[in-house]
Ligand binder design. Structure first.
Ligand code: ZN
Length: 454
Protein backbone atom coordinates (compact mmCIF):
# COMPACT_ATOMS: atom_id res chain seq x y z
CA UNK A 1 0.00 0.00 0.00
CA UNK A 2 2.83 2.40 0.93
CA UNK A 3 4.76 1.45 -2.22
CA UNK A 4 1.75 2.09 -4.42
CA UNK A 5 1.07 5.29 -2.47
CA UNK A 6 4.53 6.63 -3.21
CA UNK A 7 4.06 5.99 -6.94
CA UNK A 8 0.71 7.85 -7.11
CA UNK A 9 1.70 10.48 -4.54
CA UNK A 10 -0.82 9.57 -1.80
CA UNK A 11 -0.18 8.23 1.71
CA UNK A 12 -0.84 4.50 2.21
CA UNK A 13 -3.69 5.00 4.76
CA UNK A 14 -5.54 7.12 2.17
CA UNK A 15 -5.46 4.21 -0.30
CA UNK A 16 -6.71 1.97 2.48
CA UNK A 17 -9.78 4.22 2.87
CA UNK A 18 -10.43 3.91 -0.87
CA UNK A 19 -9.98 0.17 -0.76
CA UNK A 20 -12.56 -0.20 2.01
CA UNK A 21 -15.05 2.02 0.25
CA UNK A 22 -14.89 4.77 2.89
CA UNK A 23 -13.65 7.42 0.45
CA UNK A 24 -14.38 8.03 -3.23
CA UNK A 25 -11.34 8.65 -5.42
CA UNK A 26 -11.03 11.37 -8.06
CA UNK A 27 -10.93 10.20 -11.64
CA UNK A 28 -7.32 11.41 -12.00
CA UNK A 29 -6.28 9.21 -9.07
CA UNK A 30 -8.02 6.18 -10.60
CA UNK A 31 -6.08 6.83 -13.82
CA UNK A 32 -2.79 7.06 -11.86
CA UNK A 33 -3.58 3.86 -9.97
CA UNK A 34 -4.44 2.00 -13.18
CA UNK A 35 -1.19 3.20 -14.65
CA UNK A 36 0.86 2.16 -11.62
CA UNK A 37 -0.79 -1.28 -11.49
CA UNK A 38 -0.45 -1.76 -15.21
CA UNK A 39 -4.18 -2.22 -15.75
CA UNK A 40 -7.10 -0.19 -17.15
CA UNK A 41 -9.53 2.20 -15.45
CA UNK A 42 -12.39 -0.05 -16.61
CA UNK A 43 -10.87 -3.05 -14.85
CA UNK A 44 -10.41 -1.06 -11.62
CA UNK A 45 -13.97 0.24 -11.42
CA UNK A 46 -15.66 -2.95 -12.67
CA UNK A 47 -17.96 -4.69 -10.15
CA UNK A 48 -16.84 -8.05 -11.51
CA UNK A 49 -14.14 -9.96 -9.68
CA UNK A 50 -11.02 -9.95 -11.87
CA UNK A 51 -10.54 -13.72 -11.51
CA UNK A 52 -12.25 -16.80 -10.12
CA UNK A 53 -9.78 -16.77 -7.22
CA UNK A 54 -10.59 -13.13 -6.45
CA UNK A 55 -14.33 -13.90 -6.50
CA UNK A 56 -13.77 -16.63 -3.89
CA UNK A 57 -11.57 -14.37 -1.77
CA UNK A 58 -14.25 -11.67 -1.78
CA UNK A 59 -16.89 -14.29 -0.89
CA UNK A 60 -14.69 -15.49 1.98
CA UNK A 61 -14.35 -11.93 3.32
CA UNK A 62 -18.13 -11.31 3.09
CA UNK A 63 -18.89 -14.61 4.72
CA UNK A 64 -16.71 -13.79 7.71
CA UNK A 65 -18.65 -10.59 8.37
CA UNK A 66 -21.97 -12.49 8.37
CA UNK A 67 -23.54 -12.63 11.87
CA UNK A 68 -24.17 -16.36 11.48
CA UNK A 69 -20.45 -16.89 10.86
CA UNK A 70 -19.39 -14.58 13.66
CA UNK A 71 -21.40 -16.57 16.14
CA UNK A 72 -18.93 -19.42 15.56
CA UNK A 73 -16.22 -17.20 17.09
CA UNK A 74 -13.51 -18.50 14.77
CA UNK A 75 -10.30 -16.52 14.21
CA UNK A 76 -10.27 -14.49 11.00
CA UNK A 77 -9.13 -16.59 8.06
CA UNK A 78 -6.90 -14.78 5.56
CA UNK A 79 -7.13 -15.97 1.99
CA UNK A 80 -3.35 -16.23 1.74
CA UNK A 81 -1.59 -18.10 -1.02
CA UNK A 82 -1.20 -21.11 1.30
CA UNK A 83 -4.99 -21.59 1.07
CA UNK A 84 -5.58 -23.57 -2.12
CA UNK A 85 -8.38 -22.63 -4.55
CA UNK A 86 -10.22 -25.90 -3.98
CA UNK A 87 -10.28 -25.44 -0.18
CA UNK A 88 -11.54 -21.89 -0.63
CA UNK A 89 -14.21 -23.08 -3.02
CA UNK A 90 -15.40 -25.72 -0.52
CA UNK A 91 -15.53 -23.24 2.36
CA UNK A 92 -17.59 -20.75 0.40
CA UNK A 93 -19.98 -23.38 -1.00
CA UNK A 94 -20.49 -24.94 2.45
CA UNK A 95 -21.28 -21.60 4.03
CA UNK A 96 -23.73 -20.69 1.26
CA UNK A 97 -25.53 -23.97 1.90
CA UNK A 98 -25.62 -23.34 5.67
CA UNK A 99 -27.20 -19.94 4.96
CA UNK A 100 -29.76 -21.48 2.60
CA UNK A 101 -30.80 -24.19 5.05
CA UNK A 102 -31.05 -21.80 7.99
CA UNK A 103 -33.21 -19.39 5.99
CA UNK A 104 -35.61 -22.27 5.25
CA UNK A 105 -35.68 -23.18 8.91
CA UNK A 106 -36.40 -19.57 9.85
CA UNK A 107 -39.87 -19.90 8.36
CA UNK A 108 -41.13 -22.92 10.26
CA UNK A 109 -44.89 -23.16 10.84
CA UNK A 110 -44.27 -22.29 14.52
CA UNK A 111 -42.44 -19.11 13.62
CA UNK A 112 -45.06 -18.19 11.03
CA UNK A 113 -47.84 -18.68 13.54
CA UNK A 114 -46.05 -16.67 16.19
CA UNK A 115 -45.45 -13.87 13.65
CA UNK A 116 -49.14 -13.86 12.73
CA UNK A 117 -50.14 -13.68 16.38
CA UNK A 118 -47.73 -10.81 17.10
CA UNK A 119 -48.96 -8.83 14.11
CA UNK A 120 -52.57 -9.34 15.14
CA UNK A 121 -51.81 -8.05 18.65
CA UNK A 122 -50.31 -4.92 17.11
CA UNK A 123 -53.32 -4.38 14.86
CA UNK A 124 -55.66 -4.87 17.79
CA UNK A 125 -53.77 -2.29 19.83
CA UNK A 126 -54.09 0.32 17.09
CA UNK A 127 -57.71 -0.50 16.26
CA UNK A 128 -56.55 -1.63 12.81
CA UNK A 129 -55.82 1.99 11.90
CA UNK A 130 -52.47 3.08 10.40
CA UNK A 131 -52.22 6.85 10.59
CA UNK A 132 -48.99 7.09 8.58
CA UNK A 133 -50.36 5.03 5.69
CA UNK A 134 -53.55 7.11 5.63
CA UNK A 135 -51.34 10.21 5.34
CA UNK A 136 -49.37 8.69 2.47
CA UNK A 137 -52.57 7.74 0.62
CA UNK A 138 -54.09 11.17 1.28
CA UNK A 139 -51.01 12.84 -0.16
CA UNK A 140 -51.06 10.66 -3.31
CA UNK A 141 -54.78 11.34 -3.81
CA UNK A 142 -54.23 15.08 -3.36
CA UNK A 143 -51.44 15.09 -5.89
CA UNK A 144 -53.65 13.53 -8.57
CA UNK A 145 -56.50 15.94 -7.82
CA UNK A 146 -58.96 13.54 -6.18
CA UNK A 147 -62.01 15.43 -4.95
CA UNK A 148 -64.41 12.72 -3.76
CA UNK A 149 -66.50 9.69 -4.69
CA UNK A 150 -65.19 6.60 -6.46
CA UNK A 151 -61.52 6.72 -7.43
CA UNK A 152 -61.54 6.43 -11.22
CA UNK A 153 -59.19 4.39 -13.38
CA UNK A 154 -57.49 7.55 -14.60
CA UNK A 155 -56.64 8.62 -11.05
CA UNK A 156 -55.23 5.16 -10.29
CA UNK A 157 -53.04 5.39 -13.38
CA UNK A 158 -51.87 8.83 -12.25
CA UNK A 159 -51.01 7.50 -8.79
CA UNK A 160 -48.99 4.67 -10.36
CA UNK A 161 -47.23 7.32 -12.48
CA UNK A 162 -46.32 9.27 -9.32
CA UNK A 163 -44.10 6.32 -8.45
CA UNK A 164 -42.81 5.92 -11.99
CA UNK A 165 -45.03 3.01 -13.04
CA UNK A 166 -47.23 2.50 -16.06
CA UNK A 167 -50.29 0.24 -15.89
CA UNK A 168 -50.79 -2.05 -18.89
CA UNK A 169 -54.03 -3.92 -19.37
CA UNK A 170 -53.66 -7.20 -21.20
CA UNK A 171 -56.25 -9.90 -21.96
CA UNK A 172 -54.28 -12.50 -20.01
CA UNK A 173 -51.49 -12.82 -17.50
CA UNK A 174 -49.99 -16.17 -16.40
CA UNK A 175 -52.55 -18.21 -14.46
CA UNK A 176 -50.53 -18.35 -11.24
CA UNK A 177 -50.62 -14.57 -10.66
CA UNK A 178 -52.99 -11.63 -10.52
CA UNK A 179 -50.51 -9.19 -11.94
CA UNK A 180 -46.89 -9.03 -13.07
CA UNK A 181 -44.60 -6.11 -12.40
CA UNK A 182 -41.70 -5.56 -14.75
CA UNK A 183 -39.28 -3.68 -12.52
CA UNK A 184 -36.80 -3.00 -15.29
CA UNK A 185 -39.29 -1.07 -17.42
CA UNK A 186 -41.54 -0.14 -14.48
CA UNK A 187 -44.66 -1.61 -15.98
CA UNK A 188 -47.50 -3.31 -14.12
CA UNK A 189 -49.42 -5.82 -16.25
CA UNK A 190 -52.94 -6.64 -15.17
CA UNK A 191 -55.53 -8.93 -16.63
CA UNK A 192 -58.56 -7.10 -17.85
CA UNK A 193 -61.29 -8.78 -19.79
CA UNK A 194 -64.56 -7.63 -18.23
CA UNK A 195 -66.00 -5.47 -15.47
CA UNK A 196 -65.30 -8.10 -12.83
CA UNK A 197 -61.63 -8.52 -13.69
CA UNK A 198 -61.34 -4.73 -13.94
CA UNK A 199 -62.58 -4.42 -10.35
CA UNK A 200 -60.27 -7.19 -9.15
CA UNK A 201 -57.27 -5.49 -10.78
CA UNK A 202 -57.72 -2.20 -8.93
CA UNK A 203 -56.47 -3.33 -5.51
CA UNK A 204 -53.73 -5.45 -7.08
CA UNK A 205 -52.21 -2.42 -8.80
CA UNK A 206 -52.48 -0.33 -5.64
CA UNK A 207 -50.92 -3.08 -3.49
CA UNK A 208 -47.96 -3.15 -5.85
CA UNK A 209 -47.65 0.64 -5.72
CA UNK A 210 -48.06 0.42 -1.93
CA UNK A 211 -44.82 -1.54 -1.59
CA UNK A 212 -42.96 1.28 -3.37
CA UNK A 213 -44.83 4.11 -1.68
CA UNK A 214 -43.98 2.58 1.70
CA UNK A 215 -40.34 2.06 0.75
CA UNK A 216 -40.39 -1.70 1.36
CA UNK A 217 -37.08 -3.53 0.95
CA UNK A 218 -36.66 -7.29 0.58
CA UNK A 219 -38.23 -8.77 3.74
CA UNK A 220 -35.66 -9.86 6.33
CA UNK A 221 -37.85 -12.55 7.87
CA UNK A 222 -41.37 -13.93 7.87
CA UNK A 223 -42.70 -11.33 10.31
CA UNK A 224 -41.36 -8.57 8.06
CA UNK A 225 -42.93 -10.23 5.01
CA UNK A 226 -46.32 -10.38 6.75
CA UNK A 227 -46.11 -6.78 7.93
CA UNK A 228 -45.26 -5.58 4.41
CA UNK A 229 -48.20 -7.47 2.97
CA UNK A 230 -50.59 -5.99 5.55
CA UNK A 231 -49.26 -2.47 4.93
CA UNK A 232 -49.49 -2.76 1.13
CA UNK A 233 -53.06 -4.04 1.44
CA UNK A 234 -53.85 -1.19 3.79
CA UNK A 235 -52.44 1.33 1.30
CA UNK A 236 -54.65 -0.14 -1.44
CA UNK A 237 -57.73 0.18 0.79
CA UNK A 238 -56.84 3.73 1.78
CA UNK A 239 -56.51 4.74 -1.89
CA UNK A 240 -59.62 2.98 -3.17
CA UNK A 241 -61.81 4.01 -0.22
CA UNK A 242 -60.28 7.36 0.74
CA UNK A 243 -60.64 8.29 4.38
CA UNK A 244 -61.87 11.78 3.40
CA UNK A 245 -64.80 10.32 1.45
CA UNK A 246 -65.53 7.15 3.43
CA UNK A 247 -65.59 8.65 6.93
CA UNK A 248 -68.37 11.24 6.36
CA UNK A 249 -70.42 8.52 4.69
CA UNK A 250 -69.88 6.16 7.64
CA UNK A 251 -70.63 8.85 10.22
CA UNK A 252 -73.93 9.60 8.49
CA UNK A 253 -74.68 5.87 8.42
CA UNK A 254 -73.91 5.57 12.12
CA UNK A 255 -76.27 8.46 12.90
CA UNK A 256 -78.94 6.72 10.82
CA UNK A 257 -78.10 3.39 12.50
CA UNK A 258 -77.39 1.92 9.10
CA UNK A 259 -73.65 1.17 8.94
CA UNK A 260 -73.03 -1.51 6.30
CA UNK A 261 -70.26 -3.09 4.31
CA UNK A 262 -72.41 -3.17 1.15
CA UNK A 263 -72.65 0.61 0.95
CA UNK A 264 -68.88 0.98 1.03
CA UNK A 265 -68.60 -1.80 -1.53
CA UNK A 266 -71.06 -0.19 -3.92
CA UNK A 267 -69.89 3.38 -3.43
CA UNK A 268 -66.23 2.61 -4.07
CA UNK A 269 -66.40 -0.29 -6.56
CA UNK A 270 -64.45 -2.83 -4.47
CA UNK A 271 -65.00 -6.42 -3.32
CA UNK A 272 -67.03 -7.21 -0.22
CA UNK A 273 -63.92 -8.45 1.53
CA UNK A 274 -62.04 -5.22 0.87
CA UNK A 275 -64.96 -3.06 1.95
CA UNK A 276 -65.37 -5.13 5.13
CA UNK A 277 -61.72 -4.83 5.94
CA UNK A 278 -61.75 -1.09 5.30
CA UNK A 279 -64.72 -0.72 7.62
CA UNK A 280 -62.64 -2.26 10.42
CA UNK A 281 -59.79 0.24 9.65
CA UNK A 282 -62.08 3.21 10.18
CA UNK A 283 -64.66 1.92 12.67
CA UNK A 284 -62.72 2.31 15.91
CA UNK A 285 -60.75 5.43 15.00
CA UNK A 286 -63.65 7.42 13.57
CA UNK A 287 -66.90 5.77 14.68
CA UNK A 288 -65.81 4.59 18.10
CA UNK A 289 -67.00 1.09 17.21
CA UNK A 290 -64.77 -1.91 18.05
CA UNK A 291 -65.30 -4.68 15.48
CA UNK A 292 -64.18 -8.08 14.29
CA UNK A 293 -63.44 -9.41 10.83
CA UNK A 294 -62.96 -12.97 9.68
CA UNK A 295 -62.64 -14.77 6.37
CA UNK A 296 -63.04 -18.53 6.35
CA UNK A 297 -63.54 -21.27 3.77
CA UNK A 298 -66.55 -23.57 3.48
CA UNK A 299 -65.05 -25.87 6.14
CA UNK A 300 -65.00 -23.01 8.62
CA UNK A 301 -61.19 -22.84 8.56
CA UNK A 302 -59.93 -19.31 9.22
CA UNK A 303 -57.75 -17.67 6.57
CA UNK A 304 -57.64 -14.19 7.98
CA UNK A 305 -58.96 -12.60 11.15
CA UNK A 306 -58.88 -9.41 13.17
CA UNK A 307 -60.67 -8.27 16.31
CA UNK A 308 -60.53 -5.52 18.88
CA UNK A 309 -63.82 -6.40 20.57
CA UNK A 310 -62.69 -9.61 22.33
CA UNK A 311 -64.73 -11.95 20.17
CA UNK A 312 -63.39 -15.41 21.19
CA UNK A 313 -61.67 -16.68 18.04
CA UNK A 314 -60.36 -20.23 18.34
CA UNK A 315 -56.58 -20.22 18.86
CA UNK A 316 -53.79 -22.74 19.01
CA UNK A 317 -51.20 -22.90 21.81
CA UNK A 318 -49.12 -20.12 20.17
CA UNK A 319 -52.14 -17.81 20.04
CA UNK A 320 -52.42 -18.21 16.25
CA UNK A 321 -55.85 -18.12 14.65
CA UNK A 322 -55.16 -18.89 10.98
CA UNK A 323 -55.94 -22.51 10.15
CA UNK A 324 -58.20 -22.96 13.20
CA UNK A 325 -61.81 -23.99 12.71
CA UNK A 326 -64.61 -21.63 13.71
CA UNK A 327 -67.43 -22.84 15.93
CA UNK A 328 -70.25 -24.29 13.83
CA UNK A 329 -72.70 -22.00 15.62
CA UNK A 330 -70.95 -18.82 14.45
CA UNK A 331 -72.50 -16.72 11.69
CA UNK A 332 -69.59 -17.32 9.32
CA UNK A 333 -70.41 -21.03 9.27
CA UNK A 334 -74.18 -20.72 9.59
CA UNK A 335 -74.19 -18.55 6.44
CA UNK A 336 -73.20 -21.55 4.33
CA UNK A 337 -76.32 -23.39 5.49
CA UNK A 338 -78.74 -20.53 5.01
CA UNK A 339 -81.43 -20.94 2.31
CA UNK A 340 -80.03 -18.04 0.32
CA UNK A 341 -76.38 -18.27 1.11
CA UNK A 342 -75.26 -15.48 -1.23
CA UNK A 343 -77.32 -12.78 0.42
CA UNK A 344 -76.03 -11.37 3.69
CA UNK A 345 -76.58 -13.57 6.69
CA UNK A 346 -77.09 -11.65 9.94
CA UNK A 347 -77.20 -13.23 13.37
CA UNK A 348 -76.57 -12.80 17.07
CA UNK A 349 -74.35 -15.35 18.80
CA UNK A 350 -73.90 -15.96 22.52
CA UNK A 351 -70.30 -16.84 23.33
CA UNK A 352 -68.12 -17.27 26.39
CA UNK A 353 -67.21 -13.56 26.01
CA UNK A 354 -70.75 -12.26 25.67
CA UNK A 355 -73.17 -11.74 22.79
CA UNK A 356 -71.99 -10.61 19.35
CA UNK A 357 -73.82 -9.52 16.24
CA UNK A 358 -72.40 -10.14 12.77
CA UNK A 359 -73.13 -10.03 9.06
CA UNK A 360 -71.64 -12.65 6.74
CA UNK A 361 -71.38 -12.62 2.98
CA UNK A 362 -70.48 -15.79 1.07
CA UNK A 363 -68.57 -14.76 -2.02
CA UNK A 364 -69.79 -16.51 -5.16
CA UNK A 365 -67.29 -17.62 -7.77
CA UNK A 366 -64.48 -18.41 -5.37
CA UNK A 367 -63.11 -21.91 -4.97
CA UNK A 368 -63.29 -23.05 -2.25
CA UNK A 369 -66.22 -20.84 -1.34
CA UNK A 370 -65.20 -18.17 1.09
CA UNK A 371 -67.18 -16.22 3.66
CA UNK A 372 -66.42 -12.77 4.98
CA UNK A 373 -67.84 -11.67 8.32
CA UNK A 374 -67.85 -8.28 9.98
CA UNK A 375 -69.34 -8.03 13.45
CA UNK A 376 -69.59 -6.06 16.67
CA UNK A 377 -70.55 -6.55 20.29
CA UNK A 378 -74.25 -6.67 21.12
CA UNK A 379 -74.07 -3.16 22.64
CA UNK A 380 -72.85 -1.67 19.37
CA UNK A 381 -75.01 -3.74 17.03
CA UNK A 382 -77.67 -1.03 17.06
CA UNK A 383 -75.60 1.08 14.63
CA UNK A 384 -75.43 -1.61 11.93
CA UNK A 385 -77.75 -2.58 9.11
CA UNK A 386 -79.13 -6.06 9.78
CA UNK A 387 -79.40 -5.49 13.53
CA UNK A 388 -83.10 -6.49 13.55
CA UNK A 389 -82.41 -10.10 12.64
CA UNK A 390 -84.10 -12.73 14.79
CA UNK A 391 -81.48 -15.37 14.06
CA UNK A 392 -79.76 -16.34 17.29
CA UNK A 393 -77.18 -19.04 18.05
CA UNK A 394 -75.43 -20.23 21.17
CA UNK A 395 -71.76 -21.16 20.90
CA UNK A 396 -70.29 -23.12 23.78
CA UNK A 397 -66.82 -23.30 22.21
CA UNK A 398 -64.13 -23.93 23.22
CA UNK A 399 -65.47 -25.94 26.18
CA UNK A 400 -68.89 -27.09 25.10
CA UNK A 401 -70.60 -29.84 23.18
CA UNK A 402 -71.35 -27.80 20.06
CA UNK A 403 -68.19 -28.62 18.07
CA UNK A 404 -65.38 -30.32 19.87
CA UNK A 405 -67.27 -33.25 21.35
CA UNK A 406 -69.87 -35.12 19.30
CA UNK A 407 -73.25 -35.97 20.71
CA UNK A 408 -72.77 -38.91 23.14
CA UNK A 409 -75.41 -41.16 21.60
CA UNK A 410 -74.02 -40.73 18.08
CA UNK A 411 -70.51 -41.16 19.40
CA UNK A 412 -71.43 -44.47 21.01
CA UNK A 413 -72.66 -45.75 17.64
CA UNK A 414 -69.53 -44.76 15.71
CA UNK A 415 -66.72 -44.85 18.24
CA UNK A 416 -63.76 -46.73 16.79
CA UNK A 417 -65.50 -47.36 13.44
CA UNK A 418 -64.28 -44.34 11.51
CA UNK A 419 -61.09 -43.56 9.63
CA UNK A 420 -61.36 -40.07 8.14
CA UNK A 421 -58.82 -39.04 5.50
CA UNK A 422 -58.40 -35.27 5.91
CA UNK A 423 -58.01 -32.80 3.07
CA UNK A 424 -54.58 -31.22 3.31
CA UNK A 425 -54.83 -27.65 4.52
CA UNK A 426 -52.42 -26.33 1.96
CA UNK A 427 -53.20 -22.69 2.71
CA UNK A 428 -51.64 -22.98 6.16
CA UNK A 429 -48.37 -23.97 4.53
CA UNK A 430 -48.80 -21.74 1.50
CA UNK A 431 -48.26 -18.71 3.71
CA UNK A 432 -44.73 -19.79 4.51
CA UNK A 433 -42.16 -19.22 1.78
CA UNK A 434 -40.26 -15.96 2.07
CA UNK A 435 -37.97 -14.25 -0.39
CA UNK A 436 -39.43 -16.16 -3.30
CA UNK A 437 -42.94 -15.99 -4.69
CA UNK A 438 -45.08 -18.79 -3.28
CA UNK A 439 -47.05 -20.71 -5.86
CA UNK A 440 -45.83 -18.64 -8.79
CA UNK A 441 -44.65 -20.26 -12.00
CA UNK A 442 -41.54 -18.13 -12.68
CA UNK A 443 -40.54 -19.55 -16.10
CA UNK A 444 -44.04 -18.74 -17.30
CA UNK A 445 -43.73 -15.18 -15.95
CA UNK A 446 -40.44 -14.63 -17.80
CA UNK A 447 -41.94 -15.95 -21.03
CA UNK A 448 -44.88 -13.61 -20.56
CA UNK A 449 -42.59 -10.59 -20.10
CA UNK A 450 -40.52 -11.60 -23.10
CA UNK A 451 -43.70 -11.72 -25.13
CA UNK A 452 -44.73 -8.14 -24.31
CA UNK A 453 -43.71 -5.85 -27.13
CA UNK A 454 -42.39 -2.47 -26.08
ZN1 ZN B 1 -68.75 -24.63 18.83
Amino acid sequence: MDQLGSIVGKPGPHLSLLENGKREPKLSLIADLANALDTTIAALVSGEAPSARARLEIALERMQTDPAYRRLQLPHLKPSTSLPDTALEHLVALFEEVKRVSSIRAATPEEARAANAALREDMKARGNYFNEIEALARDALDRVGYTGGVVHEGALGDIAALYGFGVHRVPDVPVSVRSVTDMKNRRIYIRQRDALSAMAARPVVMQTIGHFALGHEDPVDFADYLRQRVEANYFAGAILMPEAAAVPMLLAAKAARDVSVEDLQEQFFVSYEMAGHRLTNLATEHLDLPTHFVRSDDQGVIWKAYENNDVPFPTDVDGAIEGQRLCREWGTRQAFRSEDKFSIHYQYTDTSSGTFWCGTHVEAGRSPLSAVTVGARFEEAKYFRGRQTDRHSVSLCPDGECCRRPNTEVAARWDGQVWPSPRIQSHVLAALPVGTFPGVDLPEIYEFLDGQTT
